[in-house]
Ligand binder design. Structure first.
Ligand code: SF4
Length: 702
């Protein structure tokens, strides 16, 4: 079986980091000698990236926390678990008595296991009885999720197995750079690249875009924030040049006539003016997708954060879904639309209730039937379930203010580095009465906390995660839990007891998963027929997996979309553009992203020597013409300045970038924090901040 628990040589599990969840085998008896080897699995086909290969270093890094910490006289000092949890429980009781339930808030993470994501949502709503819970996935997949629900009636990143993409001769990637973010994913793009059908829309000539060009494919080097115009222009070409699938539009969709008047305005020449993508490239991209579809060689449109992390991200993804629908790609075998999940449990993390507006099973928190079902599983009255709370940035932005939370519990997230307009978020965190951070390293957020709780790591715990294709995977313990640490499940159970909650919070992840199965039963993301036993027997189970669909659902939408009438929806959306305009003081557009060696805020990967040695410092990528205008040369130090702050970085002069754009990775803190520049214009639907475009200038540092 592909994912059975034990091989002769070690423990079969999955990577500590990203949403591809590459399969690996862990061997060794202690953190000091634990070794990682890749394991053949459909998603990674025996590959790992540098982060995966070095992931065991996390277990032995000297940067690991060893004991709870409590702030005394301004400094974090070692404390017992009893003391640390006592400080937290007392603050919760005192604060809620004085200011109400919502004065305590919870902030989760897309790397938490399914069991933890579920239990955190339950802990917030049943033990704390607060509505104030959200998580860092709001800043990751929320626009794609909102667009998927809007157009298909359901959000599952890839509604087909990732291996399906491997057969395709045409793949259009929107703001995705898997060559650096998840290199083993490239194995699924080889055929498209070799066929000249790999196409990458990105302001940078990334390694992924270079691979496309090497194979005769396309690089659509658009201006940041013009993705929706690109999609509408491609839709225009598809319709006016005979590539649209009229029968599919008529039989399996609604709303085309509502969107077409908008798309009809996006003539290719206008698209070129707005996006910078040449008319010939635009036409070639549409023709490549249609040709692969017509010859049954596979055609896919895949979005990622480049197009999604905008204040108009939901509409942008909606426009690309419209392009895919016009071409008849979704809901058919061998073709489709999908989004590439980033965080390790980015998919499962958003299904089980850590989102402000959702309950387990991807249910809406304001749906009376959903509330009744989940409340029954939790043994409470539905009337006692809080309603929707604030989205991630809004929750943080309200901290310490009138009506905002005064105590915050952070789990699996580092918002001091990863939040938009991070200087403001740091100020808000400092205004709290009590900040509690559970982590296994002293992240920048933990370093500012009043209480720090050291938790177990991925190789020391059992659980499940759901990967980018909706497949439920087992995370398995390879090492005994070291003394002095607790799992988050134990922390929430003990805190619930200390604040007088009568509801039980099990600490065994298998028991929690069985409860999760009941809570998700009948919901959009139904896990009710997934069991650890089936996963350990090597079964491949994609949700929904229920008594009606006991073998799971690798491919969604083949029999109809998840809308009331079974048809996908065209939704009228238009190009909006970046929320922040440039001017003579801030003439450039800054966009942010990742590098091969680092993951998210870098709190983990910056502690791995091999990764730090390969990518140890903050840099800003600048076009040669732009560098010359600013008086900068390769290797100089510059400040990148926005209306909110400045970020210091080493200049990398690089022709691979548009002259009007600078690129900054977001893995570093302090002076090199990219999110000191970004701003929090929020998408009206998803509440996604605009990470991918803000107005900046360059200043040489002499
Ligand atoms: Fe881990 Fe992602 Fe790298 Fe795979 S691609 S080894 S899951 S970080």
């Amino acid at each position: 079986p592909a994912d059975a628990p034990r091989e002769a040589s070690g423990v079969a599990t999955h990577c500590a980091y990203c949403g591809l969840q590459c399969a690996m085998t862990l061997t060794g008896s202690s953190a000091a000698d634990l070794a990682v080897t890749p394991r053949r699995f459909p998603t990674n086909r025996g590959g790992l990236c540098q982060k995966g290969w070095t992931s065991a270093e996390l277990l032995r890094t000297p940067g690991r926390l060893t004991t709870p910490l409590v702030r005394r006289d301004g400094a974090l000092a070692p404390a017992s678990w009893d003391e640390a949890l006592g400080v937290v429980a007392d603050a919760i009781l005192r604060t809620q008595a004085a200011y109400g339930r919502d004065a305590v808030a919870v902030f989760g993470g897309g790397g938490l296991t399914n069991e933890k994501a579920y239990q955190l949502g339950k802990f917030a709503r049943v033990a704390l009885r607060t509505s104030q819970i959200d998580y860092n996935g709001r800043w990751c997949m929320s626009s794609a999720a909102a667009a998927g629900i809007r157009c298909f009636g359901l959000d599952r990143g890839l509604p087909f197995p990732v291996t399906d993409i491997g057969s395709a001769h045409a793949v259009l990637l929107l703001g995705a750079n898997p060559a650096e973010t998840m290199p083993p994913f490239l194995t699924h793009l080889v055929r498209a690249a070799d066929a000249g059908g790999l196409m990458v829309a990105d302001p940078r000539l990334t390694p992924t875009a270079a691979k496309a060009l090497d194979g005769g494919g396309l690089h659509l080097q658009l201006r940041p924030g013009t993705d929706a115009a690109l999609a509408l222009g491609m839709l225009h070409v598809a319709v006016t040049e005979g590539y649209a699938d009229r029968r599919f539009i008529a039989e399996r969709t609604t709303g085309f006539d509502d969107l077409w008047p908008v798309a009809a305005q996006w003539l290719p020449e206008r698209v070129e003016r707005v996006t910078g993508v040449a008319v010939t490239t635009l036409r070639a991209a549409v023709a490549t997708l249609a040709r692969a579809r017509d010859t049954e060689r596979g055609a896919y449109v895949l979005s990622a954060r480049g197009g999604e992390q905008h204040a108009s991200g939901t509409d942008t993804v909606t426009a690309f879904i419209a392009l895919a629908l016009a071409l008849g790609l979704p809901g058919n075998p061998g073709t489709g639309f999908g989004t590439i999940t980033g965080q390790g449990n980015g998919q499962g993390g958003r299904e089980h209730g850590q989102k402000a507006d959702q309950l387990p099973g991807y249910r809406k928190i304001d749906d009376p039937a959903a509330r009744a079902h989940v409340a029954a599983v939790w043994g409470i009255d539905a009337a006692d379930l809080p309603g929707p709370g604030r989205s991630a940035f809004e929750l943080l932005d309200a901290l310490g203010t009138e009506g905002g939370a005064r105590v915050l519990l952070v789990h699996g997230s580092n918002p001091v580095v990863s939040a938009p307009d991070a200087r403001v978020v740091s100020e808000r965190l400092a205004a709290l009465d009590l900040l509690v951070v559970s982590d296994f390293v002293l992240s920048e957020t933990a370093a500012t906390a009043d209480v720090v709780l050291p938790v177990l790591q991925w190789a020391e715990e059992e659980g499940t995660l759901t990967n980018l294709e909706g497949r439920v995977l087992r995370r398995r313990r390879a090492l005994a839990a070291p003394s002095g640490y607790r799992s988050e499940l134990e922390i929430w159970s003990e805190l619930a007891r200390r604040i007088g909650c009568s509801t039980g919070f099990p600490t065994d992840p298998r028991v929690v998963f069985d409860e999760l199965r009941r809570a998700t039963a009948g919901g959009p993301a139904d896990y009710s027929a997934v069991t650890w036993e089936r996963l350990d027997a090597g079964e491949s189970l994609h949700w929904p997996c229920s008594t009606e669909r006991p073998q799971g659902t690798p491919r969604l939408f083949l029999d109809g979309f998840a809308t009331p009438d079974g048809r996908a929806r065209f939704v009228p959306v238009d190009h909006v553009g970046p929320a922040e305009a440039g001017d003579t003081a801030y003439p450039l557009v800054a966009t942010t992203g990742r590098v091969l060696q680092h993951y998210q805020s870098g709190a983990q990967t910056r502690l791995v020597d091999e990764l730090s040695a390969a990518a140890g410092e903050m840099f800003v990528q600048v076009h040669p013409d732009t560098a010359a205008t600013a008086g900068l040369a390769d290797g100089d130090v510059a400040d990148v300045v926005s209306r909110r702050g400045r970020t210091r970085a080493t200049v990398r002069v690089d022709e691979d970038l548009r002259p009007d754009v600078v690129f900054l990775p977001f893995h570093w803190a302090g002076e090199g924090r990219a999110n000191s520049l970004t701003h929090a214009a929020l998408d009206p639907t998803s509440r996604m901040p605009e990470f991918k475009a803000c107005a900046v200038r360059l200043e040489a540092v002499r």
